[in-house]
Design a binder for this molecule. Structure first.
Ligand code: RAM
Length: 358
């Protein structure tokens, strides 16, 4: 089964269970009207000559190594060079800004960034754009005017609603819950949380109450400490929504270590290569994610389409995304990779192929 098909199967499951040297602007100005690929004039530039900087939220996070792997798989398929994967081990906003500035000085073709803080990154990204560099957001969006497209790993509303529904199901729609997220400024987690809370406004969830939202910055130790503090502050806590794997792992460990209510519901995102153990030993009934390899692969193909002038980033444009098929630029210049996948003890092993890191 291809990863694309895996995503589609995953959607069914989810539903069932709930430019410098090669500036993209360096050639004939592409048409912005009509958005059909045929109406866009190629730049005459080739992705093969391009240096591409890929900036993660942090380099110690295997999720981003998985994105890098997928991008390099696409680079190989298109005859390009491996991406330059540069970042700090942990969340570091000034570090991201410096890396965007360094890439701009180096006149790379493209910068792709999972932004830790949209407002803080915007000036450096706009300067990169002004220098003719293709600026692409992926995973965590930045300000819309500071990038050309955003590669959205997963449908935002679908994921937010699915995580909220899983939390509610585990809590029997009743009790106090907390949210243990990544960075307070992360656009991806914040969008998923907003979609989930919107879902929880429905009457059937009237007996569920959000008591607190805390942040673990994708750091396991910090997430664990936050989970411990929540359990100490709210002895009657019935659920934790963790829209990122370090939070889900930290909350699960804290629940055990504190001998907290074993019925405490923990829902959200997990990292299948490691968290499959939580599924198999029954500490997690299931969690969501998607293939980071596909996210990196789509990001590289979108960069190639921009650099070569096959798209300009306008809604309705389409481009070839290799093994992921034909991709379409959606509203807000989003390019969505696929639906969320719900991982359980029964499917996790067969879906591990989308998580290669080396
Ligand atoms: C963490 C990061 C990333 C998010 C994944 C699911 O690795 O916060 O942005 O997309 O979780």
């Amino acid at each position: 089964m291809t990863n694309r098909m895996t995503f589609r199967a995953g959607l069914l499951m989810a539903v069932a269970v709930v430019a410098g040297a090669c500036s993209p602007g360096g050639g004939t100005t592409p048409s912005t009207a009509g958005a059909s690929a045929a109406s866009i004039a190629p730049t005459g530039k080739s992705i093969k000559d391009c240096a591409i900087t890929l900036i993660p939220k942090s380099t110690d996070n295997p999720y981003f190594t998985g994105v890098q792997f997928g991008a390099n798989e696409a680079a190989k398929a298109l005859g390009g060079k491996p991406v330059d994967f540069v970042g700090s081990p942990q969340s570091d906003v000034p570090g991201q800004i410096q890396r965007v500035q360094a890439a701009t000085v180096s006149k790379v073709c493209a910068v792709a960034i999972a932004s830790l803080d949209p407002a803080a990154l915007a000036p450096a990204l706009k300067a990169a754009k002004d220098a003719g560099i293709a600026v692409v957001g992926y995973d965590a969006d930045t300000q819309a005017d500071a990038r050309t497209v955003f590669i959205n790993q997963v449908d935002t509303t679908a994921l937010g609603v699915a995580m909220a529904q899983d939390l509610a199901k585990q809590m029997n729609n009743t009790g106090n819950f907390a949210i243990l997220s990544a960075q307070s400024t992360a656009a991806n987690q914040n969008a998923w949380i907003a979609a989930g809370l919107e879902e929880l406004k429905k009457p059937e969830y009237a007996k569920m109450t959000l008591v607190k939202t805390v942040y673990g910055d994708d750091d396991y130790k910090k997430s664990y400490d936050q989970a411990v503090s929540l359990m100490q502050a709210y002895p009657d806590l019935a659920g934790i929504l963790a829209p990122e794997p370090a939070g889900l792992e930290g909350a699960t460990k804290a629940r055990d270590d504190l001998s907290f209510n074993p019925e405490l519901a923990i829902a959200g995102l997990g990292w299948p290569p490691a968290d499959k153990e939580l599924l198999k030993n029954g500490k997690s009934t299931g969690f969501y994610l998607w293939s980071p390899n596909d996210l990196g692969y789509m990001t590289y193909y979108a960069i190639a389409a921009l650099v070569e002038g096959k798209i300009t980033g306008k809604e309705g444009e389409t481009f070839d995304a290799g093994r992921l098929g034909t991709a379409t630029v959606e509203a807000n210049n989003f390019i969505t990779v696929g639906p969320p996948v719900f991982y359980t003890k029964d499917n996790v092993d067969e879906l591990l192929g989308g998580f290669k890191t080396e």
